[in-house]
Design a protein around this ligand. Structure first.
Ligand SMILES: [Zn+2]
Length: 354
């Protein structure tokens, strides 16, 4: 089969959702299906495998024939979550899907972050409903896609929703750069007089253990973002003047908001939260999860051919505060404190060089 083969789908308007599924789908949600139940209101388009990670599959959407894409699909890619078989079995029942496994909550999260960070700042994504027949269609597409060796054996187990995500794929002459701003302020649990911020302390610990991540290797201290030396520090991450200019001008209000948000949602630190666990309420844990989410987001910067930059913030899936997760955060913080990683001279950190 042709490895670049694509396949046809149909885009429906909201009305068709009610006739096609038994769930109580809210108004305005688009619907994708194969051709088995074509209607006059549908628009034909094609899907093409683009890429995938451990958690999601991503497909390009192109118009079929001479028609252009409906507005809701234009400039979007289709993102499908790789559910486990257990999750997929639950998701096959529409009524339950809209209950405990509510995919709409992800869209609600998107709206939440738009409120916090601004309309233009957040990577746009909207939920799309899928017909049951999409599972076969997606798998036939995967069967002839150029997937990496270790993923080839894994079919898509299905699901009744996907996401239409703003397409940041670079076109010819464009480049996409990713940047994780991490902890924009010191950890409230850090010892007094620390000479490393939370991001630099973790980087130092991982470096000695031989566990450096790609972000660690950039050697960037996020505290510099709010100083006159921001560009100098950013030059370790980017080699493009236009992107550095964009971050230090256009993105500064959003980065300040992100820093304030991180502060307001974790004022006392994980060590304090855990020490007073008997008094902690659910709201406090939710706030901590929100702070940790804001510390792990990604900024995508698309450098266009004309030199302009489009930046969006993503990876904002709210971290749920299960006991396991809180313990994991606490253990890491204690390792940083007890191992002395907040102390010692550091070439990179503002706290050592300010
Ligand atoms: Zn630092």
């Amino acid at each position: 089969m042709d490895p670049s083969a694509d396949c046809d789908i149909v885009y429906y308007s909201t009305k068709s959702v009610y006739s096609e599924t038994k769930g109580q789908a809210p108004e305005g949600i688009p619907f994708l299906s194969d051709f088995s139940s074509i209607s006059d209101s549908a628009t034909a388009c094609s899907l093409e495998y683009l890429n995938e990670g451990g958690a999601n599959l991503v497909f390009r959407i192109t118009p079929a024939g001479a028609k252009s894409l409906p507005e809701a699909l234009s400039g979007r890619v289709l993102r499908l979550a790789k559910h486990s078989r257990e999750e997929a079995a639950i998701l096959d029942h529409d009524d339950q899907e809209l209950g405990a496994h509510n995919p709409l909550s992800e869209e609600a999260q998107y709206r939440y972050w738009v409120k916090v960070l601004g309309d233009e700042a957040v990577l746009n994504h909207n939920v799309v409903r899928l017909s049951g027949s999409m599972k076969d269609l997606i798998n036939s597409l995967l069967a002839c896609a150029d997937r990496s060796e270790h993923r080839r054996a894994h079919a898509w187990v299905g699901g009744r929703t996907g996401f239409l995500v703003e397409d940041m794929t670079p076109q010819e002459g464009e480049t996409l750069h990713e940047f994780k701003p991490k902890w924009l302020d010191q950890s409230p649990s850090a010892p007094r007089g620390a000479t490393r911020c939370r991001t630099c302390a973790l980087r130092a610990m991982r470096s000695v253990a031989g566990q450096s991540t790609a972000t660690d290797l950039q050697g960037f201290c996020p505290l510099y973002l709010f100083t006159p030396r921001a560009k100098e520090a950013l030059s370790k991450v980017f080699h493009d003047q236009a992107i550095m200019d964009h971050i230090t001008t256009e993105l500064m209000p959003m980065l300040s908001t992100l820093r304030d948000y991180q502060r307001r949602h974790d004022e006392v630190g994980i060590v304090h939260v855990q020490r007073h666990a008997h008094k902690q309420n659910e709201d406090e844990l939710i706030k901590l999860g929100q702070a940790m989410t804001a510390r792990d987001c990604t900024i995508y910067c698309l450098r266009r051919r004309d030199g302009s930059v489009k930046a969006r913030i993503g990876d904002l899936d709210l971290k749920s505060c299960t006991q396991d997760k809180v313990e994991k955060w606490l253990l890491l913080e204690q390792k940083l404190i007890n191992g002395g990683w907040y102390e010692g001279e550091d070439e990179v950190c503002l706290l050592s060089n300010g």
